[in-house]
Design a protein around this ligand. Structure first.
Ligand SMILES: Cc1cc2nc3c(=O)[nH]c(=O)nc-3n(C[C@H](O)[C@H](O)[C@H](O)COP(=O)(O)O)c2cc1C
Length: 243
């Protein structure tokens, strides 16, 4: 594919076909992504590649945790406390989940959510259907591969920057080979299920996950949230500022 076709046709895929991705292909995509630039060429990331039994185990465990957390959220305060004390429900990810969006970004988040739910035919008030769509995150949208991306804590925010570039290269390489992907912050809520299945050095922190596989031809996979205009992201020069 031409570069611009790859760039413009990549979309977040939220419905995958039940078709495996060969291990060599996953390795090739990771090798392509490793061509990305990084801070002093440190490449401060590691990836847990879940397929087969590990993937199924994670699907079950993460879904269970999400369901217990959702039930708890709706419970009365004493039951919430009891549930939390029993353990395994509270997120144990390395980074705090975003609970409150900054005021200037919240409208974009809402518009994207509404656009996605419209595409799925989910009404605004249909809490159960929205919870179910959220739950699909933890089933990796039925993808045959889930990647968990860890970053070295020693480089601070630059590790996340490098991992972001790495991820975009990976997702574009996947698109180029006819595969679909979805980066998922949701998959960083719980570290322990991933840590139970992979050897993760202590200084590597779970940043996000990525579901990978062949996209199904469904409307949800054609959802294209709008983009800011260039004018909107370009900072205006100070009037009367230094030349
Ligand atoms: C770091 C990151 C985390 C994301 N987390 C999720 C997620 O948890 N669930 C989800 O369905 N989409 C998630 N997305 C996908 C975004 O919603 C999507 O990229 C955005 O709406 C733009 O749509 P597009 O990727 O189709 O162009 C995430 C994307 C990024 C880059």
């Amino acid at each position: 594919m031409e570069f611009n076709d790859v760039l413009l046709s990549r979309r977040s895929i939220r419905a995958f076909a039940d078709a495996p991705v060969p291990a060599e292909q996953i390795e090739r995509l990771l090798a392509r992504a490793l061509e990305s630039p990084s801070w002093s060429n440190t490449q401060p990331y590691k990836v847990a590649v879940a397929t087969g039994a590990a993937l199924e185990g994670l699907r079950t465990e993460l879904t269970e945790r999400f369901q217990r957390a959702t039930t708890l959220q709706k419970a009365s305060l004493p039951n919430k406390l009891l549930g939390a004390l029993r353990g395994g429900v509270m997120p144990d990810g390395d980074f705090k989940p975003i609970l409150h969006y900054p005021e200037d970004l919240q409208p974009r988040r809402v518009a994207t959510g509404i656009g996605l739910y419209n595409m799925l035919g989910i009404g605004r008030q249909d809490r159960a259907a929205r919870d179910e769509q959220m739950a699909r995150n933890f089933r990796f949208f039925d993808a045959p591969v889930a990647l968990f991306v860890f970053i070295h804590e020693g480089l601070g925010i630059y590790s996340a920057l490098d991992a972001g570039i790495f991820l975009q290269s990976l997702m574009l390489a996947a698109t180029d080979e006819g595969l679909g992907s979805c980066a998922q912050g949701a998959l960083a809520l719980w570290r322990s299920p991933v840590a139970a299945r992979f050897e993760i050095p202590k200084q590597y922190k779970l940043l996000c996950g990525v579901s990978l596989g062949y996209p199904l031809d469904q409307p949800v996979n054609r959802f294209k949230p709008d983009r800011r205009s260039v004018a909107e992201i370009m900072l205006p020069p100070r009037s009367g500022g230094t030349s």
